[in-house]
Design a protein around this ligand. Structure first.
Ligand code: SF4
Length: 232
């Protein structure tokens, strides 16, 4: 594992101060200020700091930071890349055309986007022109996402697209090569999947098409969810 990857994960709790040791109000002002586990007590409490955050340059052009939507008590977390224009305008993730397709993908296996999953992104602020966030931007924002994961404690994390895979697992392998392959890390299961925006650009449904692979992958997710979360 590279040092970059360790930084991205930011999991070394022992090296971090407790929230009592410093002023958490300073977190959004400087990327060098760590975000110790326990800094935030609810998903909603991330909204204000993210909306005034300048830990990376994306804060300069945002309209709204996008924290997440759905059920933070559910067992499935879905992570995308970053907000697009509609998300930036509304402060909600996955609500444009890609979001509508995500709803359909979930509904195909009887998962409701408001009740059965929580949806967030690797970065909270929109990259201009919908470009991919840089490694530095992902690293700057990762502590907020790690807090969301700590608060939610999901069993299954769906990684929608290559940026989510890189941000969470540090893997730069092409998404078409690793989609559908479970990864296990820190007692959580990660499923890399094709991003719905990619599916919109590739509408074919025949066997071997991106949509066909996504159908296989979401069925695998449903089966694992039933195995892990429904039968307790
Ligand atoms: S993307 Fe994340 S780190 Fe960058 S300004 Fe927005 S909230 Fe802060």
């Amino acid at each position: 594992m590279s040092s970059d990857q360790i930084d991205l994960f930011n999991l070394d709790d022992t090296a971090q101060p407790s929230p009592e040791d410093f002023d958490p109000a300073l977190i959004p002002t400087d990327v060098t200020i760590p975000v110790p586990p326990g800094t935030y007590s609810t998903m909603a409490s991330l909204k204000e700091p993210c909306n005034r955050c300048s830990r990376c340059g994306l804060g300069a052009t945002r309209t709204n930071a996008v924290i997440g939507r759905g059920n933070p008590q559910s067992d499935i977390l879905i992570i995308g890349e970053g907000p697009g224009q509609t998300e930036d305008e509304t402060g909600l993730p996955f609500i444009g055309k890609a979001g509508q397709l995500l709803e359909k993908i979930l509904a195909a296996v009887q998962l409701d986007s408001e009740a059965d999953v929580y949806i967030a992104n690797i970065v909270k602020c929109r990259p201009p022109g919908n470009r991919k966030p840089s490694d530095k931007e992902m690293q700057a924002c990762m502590p907020y996402l790690q807090e969301q994961i700590r608060l939610m404690d999901p069993k299954i994390i769906l990684l929608m697209g290559a940026t989510a895979v890189q941000g969470m697992l540090g893997e730069k392998t092409g998404i078409t090569k690793i989609r559908g392959q479970w990864r296990e890390q820190g007692q959580r299961l990660y499923m890399p999947m094709l991003h719905p925006a990619y599916l919109l650009r590739n509408p074919a449904r025949k066997e071997g098409s991106p949509k066909w692979y996504t159908w296989q992958d979401i069925q695998a997710v449903r089966a694992k969810y039933d195995e892990l979360c429904q039968v307790r």
